[in-house]
Design a protein around this ligand. Structure first.
Ligand SMILES: Cc1cc2nc3c(=O)[nH]c(=O)nc-3n(C[C@H](O)[C@H](O)[C@H](O)COP(=O)(O)OP(=O)(O)OC[C@H]3O[C@@H](n4cnc5c(N)ncnc54)[C@H](O)[C@@H]3O)c2cc1C
Length: 420
């Protein structure tokens, strides 16, 4: 049984299979899992990278039937349930689950892939942090100005964290003129999926934190020192963060079926690929039918639940029982805009809350996501309340060590993150 990808979906799938003693080979290019919802905390120096990554061998220490292979997958063979690795090896199994996640979508904007900083991996977040830290040393006016492209949750959360960081550096006397953070989006509101009320709250909180919000604004090109907008104007900035959308992982395209919307694999209601009853796609790599509005969004809870559901269907198949269509337990949508500011739409009817109640909802969902990879979720809760509640001055790591999550891990359980 093969699982491609050790993110939230792949880990949930492998864990569920291992609980029933099924042998699993999980392949990932990194030897660690990365927890994407906290990447902006790493980029803004509020958490060290090691705190949002966890070695796969530590996750599966108590699951003897899971074999972790650290390798890049070049190709997926659906018919033979095989994975071809870039080192020339081929792995085969009884079933294959594609849980390879996503990559940034630069929408063909010239210069974006070369000059913008995406935020999809721990290495991306660490690169952005080091870049900002470099710029901080040369704190000439304008050096630290940042443009964040995309007003979805990633763009909003990153804008909030960076605006707070600049404000804190200014307040502590380390920066005479804090960098200006501008978030741009083509649409007429931030957080397009949320209600108008939540959108207004978000824009207000970001402005209060010192950010500029520019709507109805598309990006025409990214240069090393400025962003060109589609109205012909430009914003000088040596840092452009790309939160502009995502595509399914490139390896998904090698699987054979024509990828669907967002270059993701279209799956049947039971998460299998049409014509391949032993092959599944889950999480961000898949377009998973929702039954009403098309497909489920690219969210951690969808990834985790679909990974587990695919495992349940594999187990049913091994027992020669029919598979079942995926049923998602909707946890709602939420975004943390900064300390003391969060929005959430929770429950089946997406009841809207903001402030501490929204933060509590965010915490509940993220604790559940994290429990798939960490046993000490109480340490995460302690850290998160402290972050949300206290007006602690954020500082770049150059001058202080960020507050850590007290995982209490041994040295052997710390990931080693390489920036290639
Ligand atoms: C910045 C950011 C913030 C987010 N915040 C939230 C949030 O607050 N709440 C929420 O619910 N969701 C959030 N999401 C979405 C959520 O993180 C994703 O939906 C979820 O992590 C997807 O899980 P996955 O397992 O499908 O993919 P991933 O977690 O991306 O895992 C895919 C894995 O496949 C591996 N892989 C890919 N290709 C190959 C290959 N060719 N060879 C070997 N290995 C490969 C990768 O290394 C990776 O480990 C956020 C996403 C981002 C990017």
């Amino acid at each position: 049984m093969l699982v491609l990808g050790g993110g939230l979906a792949g880990v949930a799938c492998a864990r569920r299979l291992a609980e029933d003693g099924v042998g699993v080979t999980l392949v990932d290019r990194n030897d660690y899992h990365q927890f994407q919802p906290l990447l902006y905390q790493v980029a803004s120096s509020q958490l060290p990278a090691e705190d949002v990554a966890r070695p796969h061998r530590a996750i599966f220490r108590e699951h003897a039937t899971v074999d972790v292979v650290t390798a890049e997958v070049a190709e997926v063979w659906l018919a033979d349930h095989g994975l071809v690795l870039t080192d020339g090896r081929t792995l085969t199994g009884s079933h294959v689950v594609v849980a390879a996640g996503a990559r940034p979508n630069f929408f063909g904007v010239p210069g974006a892939a070369e000059h913008a900083f995406p935020l999809y991996s721990v290495a991306d977040a660490e690169r952005l942090r080091l870049h900002l830290q470099d710029l901080l040393r040369d704190a000439a006016p304008g050096t630290l100005d940042v443009v964040v492209v995309g007003g979805g949750p990633t763009g909003v959360e990153t804008t909030g964290a960076l605006a707070e960081l600049m404000g804190a550096l200014h307040a502590s006397g380390r920066l005479a003129r804090p960098g200006r953070i501008t978030i741009v989006d083509r649409g007429d509101a931030l957080l397009g999926e949320f209600s108008a009320h939540a959108q207004e709250y978000t824009a207000r909180k970001l402005r209060e934190a010192g950010a500029d919000v520019r709507l109805h604004t598309g990006v025409a090109a990214v240069h090393p020192d400025r962003v060109e907008l589609d109205d012909g104007s430009s914003i000088p900035a040596r840092t452009v963060v790309w939160g502009g959308g995502e595509l399914g992982a490139s390896v998904a395209a090698s699987a054979g079926p024509e990828p669907g919307r967002g270059a993701r694999l279209d799956v049947r209601p039971d998460l299998t690929l049409e014509g391949y009853p032993d092959a599944y796609a889950v999480g961000d790599a898949a377009n998973i039918p929702s039954g009403e509005s098309g497909t489920w969004p690219q969210l951690g809870s969808v990834a985790q639940q679909s990974g587990k559901w695919a495992a349940e269907n594999v187990l049913r198949d091994l027992r020669r029982e029919p598979s079942r269509p995926f049923r998602y337990k909707d946890k709602g949508i939420m975004a943390m805009i900064g300390r003391n500011a969060a929005v959430a739409e929770v429950g089946r009817h997406h009841h809207q809350v903001e402030g501490p109640v929204a933060f509590a909802a965010w915490l509940g969902v993220h604790m559940m996501l994290m429990s798939g990879v960490h046993s000490k979720t109480d340490a995460f809760v302690t850290w998160a309340w402290d972050y949300f509640d206290r007006d602690r001055t954020a500082t770049l790591e150059a001058s202080a060590t960020p507050q850590r999550i007290a995982w209490g891990d041994d040295e052997a359980d710390r990931p080693h993150i390489a920036l290639d």
